[in-house]
Design a binder for this molecule. Structure first.
Ligand code: XIL
Length: 576
């Protein structure tokens, strides 16, 4: 739907109310032959036209059940960070007990609304349970490995999850390392280790280091710059630097913001503004609102001016759920929407910065809805899908293929992004029903409605044309720069039709390689080059289609080739 408006831009709440009030299809009067009101397109349309993301931090409670919140979140943003739901105290409150309800909820909302997810955060001194903080050095390192492998591994095959804050806030404001329990127990090596564990668990996600008060050029940002440069020289997989952007109008705009982004970009990393808000001393007034708007504009313009800047995430979007009043006494009103979901000058500033005339008439019309996918060549572990292509005024650039397990329930996740109207899915469990939907996208980031759902059941294993193994292994090896070590991650999936309990994974390490005990998420042992892994209590049973991520550090004498054959209970697994 296109809502055209000439003259003053209506408050976005008014637009939402108008959408909600429409009980009958919109009839466009023939006389209104004006072009689409490009200036009124939501932020995400303009951001996509500029090749950037515009994101928000999601609070799980209103995301679950508040219509106005969900409506703004879905319509204005193409990226999301969980404000709290992926932090350690939410995902692993006690040792080895993982809970992903909030994290999965954010993933599902993002998937349904075509938003990228930034994972936040793996290793931080705050919101980390007491049981971690009191561990000995070796136990703390193992806990960190296990946590990263499990949390990152859970979403490693989900195309919506594109990046992680691996470490957060490792510096003091004077540029010294923060003397957190991580640093006090493990020394600064925990930082490189965390990045290597994350890479072993997901070889595709962009891995970020994130901090506050690093937006301008100062002692802290220079310490960050030197650390990132050193880590990359050492071969540590740091791909991205996050500048939180918790600004306050009474402290002034960070000096040399753009130059600072540029110097990090010159290191070869992506940069991004990850937690933008601009607070003020309450009460709010129009002068403060105007100053605040210039800060938002400056940040967005700075990101637009730097090619390596991927986008801007706002820490929340409505003052109704901002963390600011709870944290900074007497301050607030930090976000572009007020507590009643009315937009402020800050919203207009962001909007107009994104829509500065470079894309004067962005394409706001999504492709038509693709046809229901049709399955062919169904085997016990894979199938082909094809569907009637979408059309688009400018051109369809590709499709998202979404899959959910089972005949009902279970949430859809993006499993493929083909450029034409077909897709081959693999690694499925035998005799198992899956549901598929597809949607089309165009170059401006517009996304069609989802197609109808197709349900497909794979054939029984054994004798069918597909591979008859009932396990699948994805093995990732990450060599360490500058030292003869590596980190290996193994995702083991039960592709059989019944639960796999008390499994033993076996494989042969290439000669010259050896495990450095203890490894994580499994009990590892090595005899000669033969390696076995047996589960811990929490991952000893894998349901059909279920998987677990385990791993270890190792040494090598030059070669980092991968094992070729893996068995569970003596039967070979499919290797992907
Ligand atoms: C904040 C959340 O917004 C609050 O809800 C929570 O109580 C504390 O954490 N830097 C970060 C974020 O990296 O995770 C913090 O988020 C804000 C500062």
């Amino acid at each position: 739907m296109i809502i055209s408006a000439r003259g003053a831009r209506p408050a976005r709440t008014a637009v939402l109310a108008a959408v909600a009030a429409l009980a009958v299809p919109l009839v466009v009067a023939p006389i209104a032959a004006a072009p689409p009101a490009a200036a009124d397109a939501p932020l995400r349309v303009h951001a996509a036209a500029r090749g950037k993301f515009i994101g928000y931090a999601a609070s799980t409670s209103p995301l679950a059940n508040e219509a106005a919140y969900r409506s703004v979140a879905a319509s204005e943003f193409n990226q999301v960070t969980a404000e709290n739901a992926m932090k350690w105290d939410s995902t692993e409150p006690s040792d080895g007990n993982y809970t992903f309800a909030g994290a999965d909820q954010v993933m599902a909302f993002a998937t349904a609304n075509n938003q990228q997810v930034h994972g936040h955060t793996l290793v931080w001194h705050s919101q980390t349970p007491g049981w971690v903080q009191g561990l000995s050095a070796s136990a703390m390192r193992t806990a960190m490995q296990d946590h990263i492998a499990t949390v990152v591994g859970r979403y490693a095959n989900n195309a919506a999850l594109v990046s992680w804050d691996v470490v957060n806030e490792v510096f003091d404001d004077n540029g010294n390392m923060r003397t957190s329990f991580w640093y006090n127990t493990l020394g600064s090596s925990y930082i490189a280790d965390a990045f290597r564990y994350a890479r072993a668990a997901d070889s595709n996600a962009r891995l970020c280091i994130n901090d506050y008060n690093v937006e301008g050029i100062n002692a802290k940002s220079t310490a960050m710059y030197n650390l990132v440069r050193q880590l990359r020289a050492d071969g540590v997989p740091v791909d991205c630097v996050g500048f939180q952007g918790h600004l306050a109008i009474q402290y002034g705009f960070p000096s040399q913001f753009r130059e600072n982004l540029d110097r990090f970009a010159a290191l070869g990393v992506q940069v991004r503004i990850t937690e933008l808000d601009v607070r003020m001393q309450l009460p709010r007034d129009s002068t403060k609102d105007a100053t605040q708007a210039t800060y938002y504009r400056n940040v967005v313009q700075g990101c637009l001016a730097v090619t390596a800047c991927a986008g801007v995430t706002i820490w929340g979007f409505t003052d109704k759920y901002s963390w600011v009043p709870d944290t900074f006494s007497g301050q607030g009103a930090a976000l572009p929407w007020d507590a009643n979901y009315s937009t402020k000058p800050a919203y207009t500033a962001i909007h107009d910065a994104l829509d500065d005339g470079t894309s004067p008439n962005p394409d706001t019309t999504p492709p038509t809805t693709p046809g229901t996918p049709v399955a062919s060549g169904v085997t016990s572990s894979g199938l082909s899908l094809s569907w009637t292509a979408s059309s688009d005024a400018v051109g369809v650039t590709g499709y998202d293929v979404l899959r959910a397990p089972g005949a009902s329930g279970g949430s859809f996740a993006v499993v493929g992004t083909p450029s034409s109207a077909s897709f081959v899915d693999s690694g499925l469990a035998a005799s198992t029903t899956y549901r598929y939907q597809v949607r089309a996208r165009d170059a401006a980031g517009n996304v069609s409605s989802l197609s109808s759902v197709a349900s497909v059941t794979t054939t029984a294993g054994g004798g069918g044309p597909g591979p008859s193994s009932s396990c699948r292994v994805a093995y990732t090896i990450s060599p360490w720069g500058g030292s003869p070590g590596f980190t290996a991650g193994v995702v083991l999936t039960n592709t059989g039709t019944s639960s796999l309990s008390g499994w033993t994974l076996a494989f042969t390490l290439p000669s010259g390689q050896a495990i450095t005990p203890p490894g994580w998420s499994a009990t590892w042992s090595q005899s000669g080059q033969a390696v076995t892994a047996t589960p811990l209590s929490w991952n000893s049973t894998l349901a059909p289609g279920g998987s677990t991520t385990i791993g270890f550090n190792g040494t090598h004498t030059g070669g980092t080739s991968e094992p070729t054959t893996f068995t569970v209970g003596g039967s070979s697994c499919t290797v992907v």
